[in-house]
Design a binder for this molecule. Sequence first.
Ligand code: NAD
Ligand code: UDP
Length: 342
Amino acid sequence: MKNQILVTGGTGYIGSHTVVELQQAGFDVVIVDNLCNSKAEVVDNIEKITGIRPQFECFDLTERQAVRDFFGKYKQIKAIIHFAALKAVGESVSKPLEYYRNNLTALMNILEAMRDFGVPNIVFSSSCTVYGQPEHLPVTESTPRLPAESPYGNTKAISEDIIRDFCKATQGVSAIALRYFNPIGAHPSALIGEAPVGVPNNLVPYITQTAAGIRQQLSVFGNDYNTPDGTPIRDYINVVDLSKAHVVAINRLLNGSNKANYEYFNIGTGRGLSVMELVNAFIKSTGVDLNYKIVGRRAGDIEKIWADTSLANNELGWKAEKNIEETLLSAWNWEKNVRGIK
Ligand code: NAD
Ligand code: UDP
């Protein structure tokens, strides 16, 4: 019988790609999502890619009883991948209580259900935001976490701590937190991808929407940073590569090869790219010209960060494989598909 995995937030951007990879690796997937930032059609598109329809339950994970009812019904779940969260950094500054309530209450309900219904394993979506602007680059897992810049970032740091303490106190549960760097791109089928609501905050969706003519111009936020070309540096990780890291983490938990009952890993490429390097790679890989303009810095942006991925490479046996050109081309193909551009 196939091992059954619960994917919360499974109709979202990273969740949907991970469902595909899990199914292709032979897992039976149940999605829970309340569709606050995704659409039910994603389930159809996952089925188009894999030929297997994941089970889908639509409810809000902050509702404690609904979570308990769910685990009472699905008794075979062997592990959880917990993606469901609100993730807009700027919005979290103006709506801190909504962010703390959604992200922390959902996590607490899930951990409580793991304890009470005997689900032994969880993989958690954390973020490189927990490092703030590190003093030394690249960041390793032993780089100290810094106070969060936003309520969103703080929910990630607090969630890691809650999971760590829960694992310490609870016999038989194990967790892996994956600290994602900047996920970008889409599935090569162009059937699933990132679908931001309204004006995108993130660089790559803004680029693809500008290229598609939805936005007039990309604003490049600052070229006076202490970097070779003056624009900020990030570690952009292909979403399919990132999704595969989750399959590896799940296998590690299921076969008990984890070295501690709470572990955390950086998931990036190990390579930093500046905004202008990324813009130029987009133009080169797609052949589409991009209207952009250098403007002032965006408040709260850090200057540079990229991952040391040695621990994930050596311990998980996972490595990012896709290059930036094919990743940006996949993002563009997805945008074209969404907009009906030939
Ligand atoms: P997303 O918004 O596309 O997906 C999250 C999904 O969770 C959405 O489908 C949303 O409807 C669902 N959801 C939110 N609150 C819920 C609730 N209370 N009950 C049920 N469903 C709920 O986001 P994503 O980019 O796929 O991110 C997935 C995870 O990875 C999040 O935890 C996010 O914080 C984390 N992360 C994302 C990035 C990034 O740049 N995308 C970087 C680091 C970490
Ligand atoms: N960025 C930009 N223009 C945009 C969106 C983002 O110049 O319209 C820059 C931003 O200043 C940052 C980088 O792109 O240096 C990545 O930003 P994103 O919001 O995608 O990720 P994060 O800030 O979370 O690393």
